[in-house]
Design a protein around this ligand. Structure first.
Ligand code: XUL
Length: 517
């Protein structure tokens, strides 16, 4: 038997998916939750909660401890680690890890009789890692954009305007605030390349998928951009690992994993990528034509692209696609939390949120529109005290009207800010909590005018990483993996209703006016 293994180091947990390459079936998923399983890090949701002025950091030691714990769970679950032929992984995007000159020496000599934290804790030159939720670098973003000739130039080069959570401005802030520590830093890794280094036993490259989320990589050359590097921090080119595609073999798995957890010594390690690029693969959407909308805490919309179209408005980002070509990603902050706010305000029963309440109202909500931004929104950039409506009062309307207005507003906003992609998606793959509701899927299908499908898989990032490793190692083709593992739930397909589609196209004009008011 041959197996491939995909990891996912996300904000709240570290997980793994094991795939049998002979039967092309998922053997199992295992996970370590940072808050629950490692409470001594005092990070119930995976990050340090008392950050000042928009800082959100995590402790990289917690990530390492979670990895050891996860490997022990895999052994306990009797996963056949001695038959794993290829390993890859997914990391929360943009987060960065800072390491001193000893990093590679320590990696080469890791002892299986101890664990990762006590052996690696001395190599960090920055105790904590800024993660994607950090928005503390407004000043540094402006400085870098100014030095390079403006945000449109940055976007043309890197695929995104300067973004606070992206890695470049975070590196600049560190180099300004703690120059001695920056000086001592010999390696700056993303969460993804940090873990690929741990598995391969040497400093690993950054892949083009995650590298594009740094405001440092040139999209066309798929290499570091010297103008962006120079504008970011001194000597940065010496501290960044090289960039490579996700299918470049990094070598065999480190002895640490062979001796401690009985991994196959011949298992090949491949570069890890970001969670969104990996999910694109895990959802079976790496070929252009599909659009994925993930209805999580925040909503993300992503799609494969043959060419790197950049968003003239600066909200959409372009990353590398681990299967070749490019992908776009747009993040909407007011996702399920906005839905929950409606529920709290109107004491709505959660189980009935989607179906019962939506059925009590008419498609188009008789023209009652809402910008459902309860917290500061990034697409578009907007902070509201309360959600904005086109003239109706939130207090006076029923829960059903508010729920429909919230959902229609969310999907109209997603349609509006993904229009730069050009063609309407052939189909939308809906995932995340809200996709369980038939009625929510219907709103999505009608607003976009595309059919909505759902997949049966849940852990799309670690599954995507396992598929990436399997394809790179030649275990099976992407088509074979996709048809076996990214199965669509055909019975749950929702088709758009033509009458409703044209109603939403008319309402879009009103919605655009509301956005501008
Ligand atoms: C994408 C982003 C988030 C993180 C979550 O730009 O910031 O989706 O990748 O892990």
């Amino acid at each position: 038997m041959a197996y491939v293994l995909g990891f996912d180091s996300s904000t709240q947990s570290c997980s793994a998916t094991l795939v049998n390459c002979d039967t092309l079936a998922v053997v199992g998923d295992l996970s370590v939750n940072f808050g629950k399983d490692l409470p001594h890090y005092n990070a119930p949701a995976g990050f340090i909660s008392d950050g000042q002025a928009g800082e959100v950091h995590s402790d990289p030691k917690m990530w390492l401890e979670a990895l050891d714990l996860l490997c022990s769970k895999m052994v306990e679950a009797k996963w056949q680690l001695n038959q794993v032929v290829a390993i890859s992984g997914s990391g929360q995007q943009h987060g960065s890890v800072y390491l001193g000159a000893d990093f590679e020496r320590v990696l080469e000599s890791l002892s299986p009789s101890s664990s990762l934290v006590p052996q690696l804790e001395f190599v960090f030159t920055r105790e904590t890692s800024p993660i994607w939720m950090d928005n503390s670098t407004e000043v540094e973003c402006a400085e870098i954009a100014h030095a390079v000739g403006g945000n449109s130039r940055v976007c043309e080069k890197s695929g995104s305007i300067m973004i606070e959570r992206f890695t470049g401005s975070q590196i600049r802030k560190f180099s300004k605030q703690r120059p001695e520590c920056y000086e001592k830093t010999h390696f700056i890794h993303l969460v993804s390349s940090f873990f690929a280094s741990i598995f391969s036993g040497k400093s690993a490259p950054i892949d083009t998928g995650d590298g594009a989320g740094m405001n440092l990589m040139n999209l066309v050359s798929q290499d570091w951009d010297s103008d962006l590097l120079n504008a970011t921090a001194a000597n940065l080119c010496k501290k960044l690992p090289p960039i490579s595609s996700a299918n470049t073999e990094l070598g065999k798995v480190s002895r640490y994993f062979v001796d401690k957890y009985s991994f196959n010594p011949d298992a090949k390690v491949y570069p890890w990528s970001g969670d969104n690029p990996c999910s694109l693969v895990g959802m079976g959407a790496s070929k252009p034509g599909n659009m994925v909308i993930s209805l999580g805490t925040s909503y993300t919309l992503f799609a494969g692209m043959a060419e790197p179209y950049t968003d003239p408005n600066g909200f959409g980002h372009v990353f590398g696609n681990p299967m070749g070509g490019y992908m776009t990603l747009i993040c909407f902050m007011n996702g399920s939390l906005a839905r929950e706010k409606v529920r709290e305000n109107k004491e709505v029963d959660w189980t009935n949120f989607g179906n019962d309440y939506l059925e009590k109202t008419l498609v188009g909500n008789e023209g009652k529109l809402m910008l459902p931004f309860y917290d500061p929104e990034i697409t578009p950039t907007m902070s509201l005290e309360t959600p904005k409506t086109n003239g109706w009062s939130l207090e006076e309307e029923s829960a059903a009207v508010q729920i429909r207005a919230c959902l229609e507003g969310q999907f109209l906003n997603m349609r509006k800010y993904s229009e730069f992609l050009g063609a309407k998606p052939a189909q939308i793959l809906l995932t995340g909590g809200g996709s369980n509701s038939e009625q929510i899927c219907q709103v999505a299908a009608n607003v976009f005018g595309s059919k909505v499908v759902r997949t049966k898989s849940t852990a799309s990032a670690s599954l995507g990483a396992a598929i990436m490793a399997g394809v790179a190692a030649g275990a099976a083709s992407i088509e074979a993996f996709e048809s076996a593992l990214c199965e669509l739930d055909e019975a749950a397909t929702v088709h758009p209703c033509e009458k409703s589609v044209s109603m939403y196209s008319e309402l879009m004009l009103e919605f655009e006016k509301l956005l501008l008011q």
